[in-house]
Design a protein around this ligand. Structure first.
Ligand code: CU
Length: 237
């Protein structure tokens, strides 16, 4: 079994506690307090900038700008494990390719997500073989997202935040989205070798409770990626 890293010390949190209205207030408070200051260190820092607590107001994403290596901050998978991950990615889900939608049911939802699966367009997320699909989860479900970075090359770190702020996003998407209601951090480094079978892959997981029904967006916080379309709908209903 592959190890699972749960980045948030709190384990799970309730999205309902972060309604859009509250979010707006919170974002303003952060800006007033200079909470975006840490974002300035983006790209100039090798490791995590601190413990990433939800709603803490500090940006703790960091860009290492190098391929995955043991001890990077999350799990490291080999190619066989990634193939297994892909093979199980539609488990427990209803996949509608025409509507580009993956719908989950039950109280425990697991979303197996890939950042740039080979054969898919650059700067996209894949779930169950679909590109940037709309993900639908039931209200109140405990949702676990596992993200594997299959991409390769400089500036191909990827991450994920979930935000109520809709696209379009600027080059620095986090200037529009803030740290998000859910975040995977740090950014996942790219795979270690260009040949798929020879590479190792970064994986990171997070869990949260899908509280407040509505439309949200999952977004890659790496500069330029969301602007180029690394984003999809996330619906709680
Ligand atoms: Cu990205």
């Amino acid at each position: 079994m592959k190890p699972t890293i749960r980045r948030c010390a709190c384990g799970a949190f309730v999205m309902a506690a972060l309604l859009a209205a509250v979010w707006g207030t919170s974002a303003q408070a952060q800006m007033a307090a200079g909470g975006y200051g840490a974002y300035g260190a983006y790209g100039a820092y090798g490791g995590m900038m601190g413990e990433g607590m939800m709603g803490g107001g500090m940006m703790s994403f960091a860009q290492s700008d190098r391929p995955v290596e043991p001890g990077w901050g999350g799990a490291v998978l080999d190619y066989a494990q990634v193939r297994d991950f892909l093979a199980r990615s539609a488990q427990g889900a209803r996949v509608d390719a025409r509507a580009n939608t993956v719908t989950y049911s039950g109280r425990d939802v697991r979303i197996a997500m890939v950042a740039v699966q080979p054969g898919h367009p650059d700067q996209t997320f894949e779930v169950a073989g679909l590109t940037n699909p709309t993900l639908v989860v039931p209200r109140g479900a405990t949702v676990r997202i596992d993200l594997v970075n299959m991409d390769y090359g400089r500036n191909m770190e990827h991450g994920l935040i979930i935000t109520p702020v809709p696209p379009p996003y600027p080059y620095m998407s986090m200037m529009a989205t803030g740290p998000g209601l859910v975040q995977l951090e740090p950014l996942l480094p790219w795979r270690s070798a260009s040949r798929l079978q020879a590479a190792s892959y970064a994986e990171l997981s997070t869990s949260f409770v899908a509280g407040e029904p509505g439309t949200y967006w999952y977004v890659c916080p790496t500069p330029e990626h969301a602007e180029k379309g690394m984003v999809g709908r996330f619906i709680v209903r």
